[in-house]
Design a protein around this ligand. Structure first.
Ligand code: BGC
Length: 492
């Protein structure tokens, strides 16, 4: 039998929950709640780390210079390819920017990234990607005689870029662990794999998903000042002035010239100074392929939310005061990363007063029978993990706003957590309000809103902006400006 539709508050339902489970809920709240004062402290420290990352000496946050040097004006034109190497899929797009301001047409295909590829070899990766691009071209342009097609490649990992069409992978994140790529230029082997197949593509811009998100959103909204991803990983990009980037002072770029910075702030607080890490966060880090890296990301990003939930459940199973799943075989639950963020979303979205969907979820996914009281623990735990993620996520955003003195602006946001995790946005806006102290009664001054497709349209726009820049005679951060100019002389 199905219980009544659930009420917004679950307080009334706690009366039937055994005392030991009520105590458990209380203790989980103490573990995962992040107060306003703590958020403010983290945000203030964040500003310092952003500054530090721009210095010659550097710090935990890489603050990567991207050579994306300006916002679009909405009049960009041409046809561009975009390649998005996300976590689960590889997406190839052909994007046409027509004459009409701020518009685009998109043609796209997705290719599943085989799981083994993530821990395979560099050659396998580049060959797989080149094969997908070749297939795309053959399918959509069969028999056509093509010149070189400009490509924006969204490579969403930290990369040091001396040029926009170059990038040395600093380190893999988001669980990737492919041998022989870290510390090396990713463009050269990628181009080689294309050349080996005779695929007529010229990588024009290597970009990060956050930079793409910022630029794609700014294409249609001039209030958009930050691009952010709340997905498998977390990160943001914003526009800095070259004169405020001490680490490139030696290049003597005009001080007012804009330069997009890919913060790579998933690495915030790798020194463990302010983040309220729990024992579960510490286990996630230790067991990850890159312990000590991406401290902030590991507390808030989608890849880790299910794992946090799982680790708490295991802990409560072992706790003699609680004994979750007493007497049952928990072998499925023992498998690392067996739960993803959608497991928590589904618990948070369970519409029934008796949490029947949560009962069913445990039964189907984990082969575990759970009691009504246990379900109340799971519901609260999912809320706590989800709320902590959205609140902490706003420390990075608020820090950029403070650093750039952005009182009112839009933040273009993308990623599975932003798009799919229940209540992410209202929880995040509430946290921003607490951190930034907006006057009572004012609506949100900094508004985090769904972005345009950064890894597709954003990548195409950045490729367009780069070609336009080289044609206008600006050669900053372009490997071989003359060659690029010649190659794309036909593009307007
Ligand atoms: C990567 C960033 C990326 C973010 C969101 C992080 O793990 O290091 O480059 O922007 O995930 O995809």
């Amino acid at each position: 039998m199905v219980g009544p539709r659930r009420q917004p508050s679950r307080k009334g339902s706690m009366a039937d929950v055994p005392q030991n489970l009520q105590d458990t809920i209380k203790s989980l709240e103490d573990t995962f709640d992040v107060s306003t004062a703590k958020l403010k402290e983290i945000s203030d420290h964040f500003v310092k780390e952003l500054e530090q990352g721009l210095t010659e000496e550097g710090g935990d946050i890489p603050m990567n210079v991207t050579w994306c040097m300006g916002f679009p004006d909405g009049h960009e034109q041409g046809t561009f390819l975009a390649l998005d190497m996300g976590g689960t899929n590889l997406r190839v797009c052909e994007i046409t920017l027509p004459e009409a301001k701020g518009e685009f047409d998109i043609l796209q295909s997705k290719y599943r990234m085989p799981e083994e590829l993530k821990t395979g070899t560099a050659d396998e990766l580049w060959e797989y990607i080149a094969d997908c691009l070749q297939q795309f071209i053959e399918y959509h342009h069969e028999g056509e005689k093509l010149g070189q097609l400009p490509l924006g490649f969204t490579f969403s990992y930290p990369a040091t870029q001396e040029y926009i069409d170059h990038g040395i992978l600093q380190r893999w994140t988001k669980g990737f662990d492919i041998d022989g790529v870290e510390g090396k230029d990713v463009v050269a082997p990628f181009e080689q794999a294309l050349a080996d197949r005779g695929v007529p593509i010229k990588l024009t811009a290597l970009i990060n998903d956050t930079t793409g998100t910022m630029i794609a959103s700014a294409y249609t909204d001039t209030d958009m000042k930050i691009g952010a991803i709340f997905g498998t990983g977390c990160n943001a990009a914003y526009m800095e002035n070259c004169g405020s980037i001490p680490k490139i002072a030696h290049l003597n770029l005009p001080p007012d010239m804009p330069m997009a910075i890919n913060c790579e702030y998933g690495a915030f607080d790798n020194a463990h100074k302010v983040l309220p890490r729990t024992k579960y966060d510490i286990i996630i880090d230790k067991e990850s392929p890159r312990p000590g890296q991406q401290t902030y990301e590991k507390m808030i990003a989608g890849l880790y939310l299910g794992e946090l939930f799982r680790l708490v459940c295991l802990d409560l199973y072992d706790n003699p005061e609680v004994r979750l799943f007493a007497g049952q075989d928990i072998s499925r639950l023992r498998k690392a990363y067996t739960l993803d963020a959608s497991f928590l979303s589904r618990i948070e979205e369970d519409p029934f007063g008796n949490l029947q969907e949560t009962v069913d979820l445990f039964e189907t996914e984990l082969k575990l029978r759970v009691t009504r009281g246990e379900c109340e623990v799971f519901r609260r735990l999912a809320e706590l993990i989800g709320t902590r993620a959205s609140r902490l996520s706003m420390c990075g955003i608020s820090a950029i706003c403070k650093k750039k003195d952005l009182k009112k602006c839009h933040v273009g946001a993308d990623g599975s957590v932003f798009n799919k995790y229940p209540h992410f946005k209202p929880r995040a806006q509430k946290a921003l309000r607490e951190i930034l102290d907006w006057p009572e009664g004012e609506k949100d001054w900094v508004d985090v809103r769904a972005a345009e497709d950064g890894s597709g349209v954003g990548a195409a726009l950045i490729a367009a902006l780069t070609i336009k820049r080289v044609k206008d005679g600006s050669s900053y951060g372009i490997r071989d400006p003359e060659a690029m100019k010649k190659l794309f002389s036909n593009l307007s």
